[in-house]
Ligand binder design. Sequence first.
Ligand SMILES: [Zn+2]
Length: 529
Amino acid sequence: MASGDSFSITTPIFYVNDAPHIGHAYTEVAADVLARWNRQSGRDTWSLTGTDEHGQKILRTAVANGVTPKEWADKLVAEAWVPLLQTIDIANDDFIRTTEQRHESVVQAFLQKLYDAGLIYDGEYEGYYCVGCEEYKQQSDLVDGTGEFAGQLVCPIHGRPVEVLKEKNYFFRMSQFQQRLLDLYEAQPDFIQPDSVRNEIVSFVRRGLDDLSISRQSFDWGVRVPWDDSHVVYVWFDALLNYISALGYDPEAADGLFERFWPSNHIVGKDIARFHAVIWPAMLMAAELPVPRRVFAHGWLLVGGEKMSKSKLTGIAPAQITDVFGSDAFRYYFLRAISFGQDGSFSWEDLSARYQAELANGFGNLASRVIAMTAKYCDGVVPESGPVTEAELAVQATVRDALRDASAAMERFAIHEAIAAVWRIVEHLNGYLTEQEPWKVAKDEAQADRLRTILSTALEGLRALAVLLSPVLPKAAQKLWTALGVEGALGALGEQSIPTAAQWGQLPAGTRTVALEPLFPRIEQEPVA
Ligand SMILES: [Zn+2]
């Protein structure tokens, strides 16, 4: 079982039906910042992402494009999903595809275990199914269609008519787990976060759970049901198991990762919270395995007031942003501007404004000025501090508080609060320089000691910023780290773990600094909206 010193986090595995948009990239970046923070805090950390490749929707898309579903998935993974990780600078430990043998064998073993335990039976499913959602629907889930679909029941998410299924299916006895799920939500209040999503899930489960159809017979793009190969496993039942198949879960042969890292924290969009907070823990309870550590549901990205989706033509490819602003700015913007867990709006104007005010003028300019003054007044060498005053003690206190507050916020996955806590150092250092006016002090030889104290304090503050911002701004933080003349790669473990490295007073006098190019250069190119 995972110990208190380990941390494991997952993104949903993304459906290879289409290319990634900024909504997918947002989820990836959030999980990556939490993974990097924990890894750099010295915890044994594992982060997982991947792709969901089975199901009727993929099959239909592949057929429409004249290729096999596996060829379709291979192409999307190679050309879109793996490159996305580079575009936004994700440091994942593993990438799982549900068409891999290591995954399919776990799905079959897991299903067989539930079947042998009498938790699966055959029955007849008759009802609605949205292929867009790959989800069985109740009549109460549906709405009346409009326009070309007037007079028909449609999926509220896709706005298209659902299909009526009548087929022999295998069913998982999910209804048996209603009370155990309610007990779980009660005993572990942060199992589902934020509270708005938790409340919705609790009242959904209180209304009663049906057994879940877990196989399909009318098409064959999926994992075969082990005791009846005329059925394939329902795509969600298959997909959810990626979280343990990637850890090598196998009743016969575990390789240690499962013991080390399960249970994981799951980051999901709120539209799929129900799968992760109801079906998934019920499946794990049925197999007598521990449930996830936490299911954290983030909100929608809104563009022009509407939920981001490719079908609504508001789909924005992540590279449209990173080509102009860089991957660090992408990571910073979405995690700073949006309270993690709430809906948030994206606009090019807001992104440009924050880039200029916060990254270029706030942080980047601070770093450039301090390194440039060190070159000009101290021959590029970190000076020995003279006696400190209240002003320096206040800077030290801000750094100490930022470390404390950011750490606490990251524990709650309040990433926006953590960044805001660290940003108080940026603001304090800018104010400190404005007040202390080192460029004036430098003109008075009698104040040489004072100048050295000011620059030493500012350099030490920058060192703390590089450490604390590295999970969010890995490229800029490493450049600053190198400019400060610190040896080794930022983010390596050991003495450079965040709680240790963010402590005051570790940049030795005599360290030679290096010129720093602008961390966030002026944007010449107008973004293509
Ligand atoms: Zn739908």
